[in-house]
Design a protein around this ligand. Structure first.
Ligand SMILES: *Cc1c(COP(=O)(O)O)cnc(C)c1O
Length: 475
C-alpha cells in the first residue's frame, strides 16, 4: 500500500515513511492510493473478533511495510484492558471501546477509557508504540514539538513517555488550562517529557511551533517532528472503532447504522468516512459542532469558510473550538472524485485565508452520496443534554459528547441504530458538570489527588528563539 498526497505533487510513500511526518511536501495530506475493501465475507469473519484482532484486520491492510508479526505485537501491547481501564461500572474493559446502550437503537461508543480520559488516546497510544518501533529499527530519534490547549498535549505525552528515541517538548499557555489538565501533564516525571508553559495564549504557542518548524536548518539538525491531527497513523487507528461499534450494535451485516461525531479538526469523523468507503454499512455520518460551526455551515450550504482566531469562540466544549478543520481536505478530495488538480484549485483560496463554495460548482448535491449530515449546539443545549441523559438514563456525560447527542437526537431515524461517539469522560470537565448537575463527577481511580502531585514544568516568554535554545540545552 502506497500513500499519495491530496495535492498530487508528492512522490508515493509507504506507511512507515509517512508515519513520522505531517503534511506532504506539496502541502497536501496523505491518503492511501486506494481504500482497502471489506467484502460481506470479510465482515462476517470480523464480527466475532476481539478489539486487538479487529485492529489487526484493519491496520494490516494499511501498514503493509511492517512485518505482520511485528504489527500484531505492537497492536497487542497497545489495546489492553490495563491501558484502557477507565470504563464505567458494568462495562467490560476487555471490550476496549464498550458500547453503552441508552435505549434500543441509541448507543454511546465509549472511547475515553485511556490514560488521559479522551478519545485521542485510542490513536495516540498506538502511535507511541509505532514510533518507537520504526525509530529503533532505523537507529534514529525524534524530538516532538507541539502546542496544546489541553487534550492533545496530555494524550501525546502519555503515549510517548519513556519511549526509546523520542523526546516531547510541549508548549501550553501558562495558567490557561484547567487545573485537572495542567496537573495531568505537569505531574509527569519522565525525563523525555518537557512541559513548557508559555506566557501567552494558545495562539502564541502555535506560532512558536510554526516559527521553529519554518527554520528548516534547525528542524533538520534537531530532528523536530510533530504528532498533529493530520498524521495518517492517527486516522488509521481511529477507523478500527467504527467497525467495533458497528458489530456491537447489529446482529448481521445487512443492517446499517449511523454515527454522530463531536467534531473539530474533522479527524475522528474522517476515519468514519474512510470506514464507510471500505465497505462498512454506515448510513449517516453526523458531524456535530459547537458554536464554532464552520463544518455545519459547509454541510448546510456548501460554503467552506475557515475563520480566524478573533472569530473562534472559547466554549464549554473547548476541544472543538476550531475554525479551520485540518483533516477536511481528505474528504473533499474524495468528494471531487480524487481529482488533485481540482482539490488544489479549491485550497489555493483557502490557503490564502479565503473560502470556496461547492454549491456554486454543482458539487453540494454529491455530499449525500457520502452519508454526511450535520448540526450544531450551544452552551445551553449542552447543559440541557447533560441533565437529560443524567435524569433519563442515570449516565454522566461530558460537554463534547453532549454536543454529539444533541445533534444525534435531532437527526436519528426510527429503525437505524444511532451510535454517538463519547470523546471525553466528564471528570475532565468538572466545572461544566458542576454547573449542569450541581455535583462533581467521580474521579477515576488513581486520579483523586492528581492536583497535589509534584509538578515539573518550565515557564518561558513567548519567544521562539528561547524555545529553540531550551531544546538545544536539553538534548
Ligand atoms: C479532539 C477532540 C474532539 C474533536 O475531534 P476532531 O478529530 O478534531 O474532530 C472532540 N472531543 C474531544 C473531547 C476532543 O479531545
Amino acid at each position: 500500500m502506497k500513500y499519495i498526497s491530496t495535492r498530487g505533487q508528492a512522490p508515493a510513500q509507504s506507511f512507515s515513511e509517512i508515519l513520522l511526518g505531517g503534511l506532504a511536501p506539496d502541502g497536501g495530506l496523505y491518503l492511501p492510493e486506494t481504500y482497502p475493501q471489506f467484502s460481506a465475507a470479510d465482515l462476517t469473519a470480523m464480527r466475532t473478533m476481539n478489539y486487538r484482532d479487529l485492529a489487526f484486520a484493519v491496520l494490516s491492510r494499511f501498514a503493509t511495510d511492517i512485518p505482520a508479526a511485528d504489527l500484531k505485537t505492537i497492536i497487542d501491547k497497545t489495546y489492553t484492558a490495563a491501558v484502557y481501564c477507565h470504563v464505567r461500572e458494568g462495562d467490560n474493559p476487555e471490550d476496549i471501546t464498550p458500547l453503552h446502550t441508552l435505549e434500543p437503537n441509541l448507543h454511546l461508543l465509549c472511547l475515553s477509557n485511556g490514560p488521559t480520559l479522551a478519545f485521542k488516546d485510542m490513536a495516540m497510544q498506538l502511535l507511541g508504540n509505532l514510533f518507537e518501533y520504526v525509530l529503533t529499527k532505523a537507529g534514529q530519534g525524534i524530538n516532538i514539538l507541539g502546542a496544546t490547549s489541553g487534550d492533545t498535549g496530555s494524550s501525546a505525552e502519555y503515549a510517548m513517555r519513556g519511549k526509546q528515541g523520542v523526546n516531547v517538548f510541549m508548549l501550553s499557555p501558562h495558567g490557561k488550562m484547567s487545573r485537572f489538565q495542567t496537573a495531568q501533564m505537569f505531574s509527569l516525571q519522565d525525563p523525555n517529557i518537557y512541559n513548557i508553559a508559555i506566557k501567552g495564549v494558545f495562539d502564541d504557542c502555535q506560532d512558536i511551533v510554526k516559527a521553529v518548524s519554518n527554520d528548516h536548518a534547525f528542524k533538520a539538525d534537531y530532528k523536530i517532528g510533530a504528532v498533529n491531527s493530520i498524521n495518517w497513523g492517527r486516522i488509521a487507528a481511529q477507523i478500527v472503532y467504527y467497525f467495533k461499534g458497528y458489530f456491537a450494535s447489529t446482529t448481521d451485516n445487512t443492517q446499517q447504522v449511523s454515527f454522530a461525531v463531536p467534531s473539530g479538526n474533522f479527524g475522528n469523523v474522517c476515519a468514519g468516512h474512510i470506514a464507510r468507503m471500505m465497505g462498512l454499512p454506515i448510513k449517516h455520518l453526523i458531524v456535530a459542532t459547537n458554536e464554532n460551526d464552520v463544518l455545519d455551515e459547509f454541510f448546510k450550504t456548501g460554503v467552506y469558510r475557515p475563520r480566524g482566531s478573533a472569530n473562534t469562540y472559547h466554549t464549554s466544549s473547548p476541544s472543538m473550538d476550531i475554525s479551520k478543520a485540518s483533516n477536511f481536505e481528505r474528504f473533499i478530495y474524495d468528494l471531487v472524485g480524487q481529482n488533485a488538480a481540482k482539490l488544489q484549485a479549491l485550497w489555493s483560496s483557502v490557503d490564502q485565508g479565503g473560502a470556496f463554495d461547492l454549491a456554486a460548482q454543482g458539487l453540494l448535491s454529491k455530499v449525500p452520496e457520502f452519508g454526511f449530515q450535520s448540526g450544531s449546539s450551544n452552551h445551553a443545549n449542552r447543559m440541557e443534554m447533560i441533565r437529560k441523559i443524567w435524569v433519563d438514563y442515570g449516565l454522566m456525560i461530558d460537554t463534547h459528547t453532549a454536543d454529539g447527542l444533541k445533534v444525534a437526537l435531532e437527526l436519528r431515524e426510527a429503525d437505524v441504530p444511532m451510535i454517538v461517539l463519547e470523546t471525553a469522560l466528564p471528570a475532565k470537565f468538572e466545572e461544566s458538570i458542576q454547573e449542569a448537575l450541581g455535583q462533581a463527577p467521580v474521579r477515576p481511580q488513581g486520579m483523586e489527588y492528581l492536583e497535589t502531585l509534584p509538578q515539573r514544568f518550565e515557564v518561558m516568554a513567548a519567544d521562539a528563539e528561547a524555545v529553540k535554545q531550551f531544546i538545544k540545552n536539553h538534548l
